[in-house]
Design a protein around this ligand. Structure first.
Ligand SMILES: NC(=O)c1ccc[n+]([C@@H]2O[C@H](COP(=O)([O-])OP(=O)(O)OC[C@H]3O[C@@H](n4cnc5c(N)ncnc54)[C@H](O)[C@@H]3O)[C@@H](O)[C@H]2O)c1
Length: 372
């Protein structure tokens, strides 16, 4: 007789009851994950153990009936990893994405997370991943603000007024203890205005919609960029204040002079080094076009900045291995490209809450494995 295997299934409603929307707790958990990253106590996929994930993309045209065709946000992505420390868990985030989904009442991407026993590989939990992913994406900038912003930062600028930008703001708001004003810039001004109004109503903060990117950036002590790539977000060095912190959650470029004088911190330089290798494998005219932080990759390629692998990760700052902000006047850029280990840690934490609360459904894999 072999071993019985069961695992917990958690729907989105279960995840909410178990606290997935608790940004304050998530910031602490993500900070812990950064510390594990700083100690190399994690693994992701690929030869260098640091690949973001593996995409399934589709052709522009095909004679095969049923073959999906390429289009905006049309992809599948598998993101496997292992996270150490108290988490000690393996798992994967897996999602499919299609820009047409909202027209049929679905989010653009539909995400699931599977957690697995590190020793046996058995499933431990299968859970809805949309809120894990969006909350952790927002909370990483929160960790960035905790460690890299000036404590008296009073104005937060948000570029983009979509769900990711809102999630980033929720965490930044919790960490920027002296925050008094919020400036929003979106290509769709009415979206920025509606969000500004709701911030004032909810938090009593002064909030307004800027009419240009320049006006928004010039105002910010903390600038959070999470716009989609409808139109590239391009800034100029002299728009960014002394002492400012800019966080790239989405794509953004600034003229080179900025990066030559500012301090750059990465979520994980090793992962960006893998992306960099992937760019080098492309034809020259296709390199360094898509991706968060690609402009810095190009400057590295041209010898204007040190190799990515030698640049600083926030985890190293949190572990005390490398300095972070050393002066009130430092201008800092924090690039947060997204990693599965953030999802693994936050979903593991929610799983512990769900177990204590008796949430979810236990599913059986087998009573006794046929092949054992
Ligand atoms: N780093 C990560 O972990 C991570 C995870 C998820 C998403 N993202 C990024 O976040 C971005 C935003 O995601 P979302 O779901 O909120 O997208 P969304 O499309 O729902 O909203 C994005 C908003 O950005 C605005 N916008 C587009 N170009 C702009 C520009 N040049 N200037 C100002 N506003 C502009 C759009 O009008 C829209 O309101 C994605 O494109 C992705 O790159 C990053």
């Amino acid at each position: 007789m072999g071993k019985k295997t069961e695992f917990l299934y958690l729907s989105e409603e279960d995840m909410i009851r178990a606290g997935v929307l608790d940004s304050a707790r998530c910031i602490d958990v993500e900070e812990e994950i950064f510390a594990l990253l700083g100690k190399d106590d994690y693994r992701m996929g690929g030869d260098k153990y640091n690949a973001h994930g593996m995409f399934v993309k589709f052709p522009k045209e095909s004679n095969n009936p049923g073959m999906p065709l390429d289009g905006p946000d049309r992809r599948f992505l598998a993101m496997p990893g292992y996270l150490g420390g108290r988490f000690h868990i393996a798992g994967e985030k897996w999602y499919g994405s299609n820009i047409n989904n909202p027209s049929i009442g679905l989010p653009r991407s539909v995400l699931m997370i599977m957690l697995n026993n590190v020793e046996t590989g058995e499933p431990v939990a299968l859970m809805s991943g949309n809120l894990v992913s969006s909350v952790r994406t927002g909370c990483v900038p929160g960790v960035g603000v905790r460690h890299l912003a000036n404590p008296d930062a009073a104005v937060c600028t948000c570029i983009g007024a979509g769900p990711v930008s809102k999630s980033c703001f929720e965490a930044i708001r919790l960490e920027a203890k002296q925050l008094k004003e919020v400036v929003i810039y979106d290509l769709l001004t009415e979206k920025a205005e509606a969000w500004a109004k709701s911030i004032t109503e909810k938090y009593g903060l002064k909030a307004w919609a800027a009419t240009s990117l320049e006006e928004a950036v010039r105002a910010g002590d903390i600038i959070s960029v999470a716009a989609s790539s409808v139109k590239p977000v391009i800034m100029q060095n002299d728009w960014l204040k002394k002492g400012s912190l800019i966080i790239f959650t989405g794509r953004c470029s600034i003229d080179e002079e900025y990066f030559s004088s500012a301090k750059i911190f990465w979520d994980n330089p090793k992962m960006h080094d893998v992306y960099y290798d992937e760019h080098l494998a492309l034809p020259e005219n296709e390199r360094f076009i898509n991706g968060i932080g690609v402009q810095i990759y190009r400057m590295t390629y041209e010898g204007k900045l040190p190799p990515l692998i030698d640049q600083t990760g926030l985890g190293e700052v949190i572990c005390g291995a490398k300095p972070g902000r050393t002066s009130k006047d430092d201008r800092i850029c924090f690039v947060a490209g997204g990693m599965v280990i953030w999802d693994l840690g936050w979903s593991w934490e929610i799983l512990q809450n769900a177990k204590k609360m008796g949430l979810g459904q236990t599913l059986k894999l087998w009573d006794s494995p046929y092949l054992a």
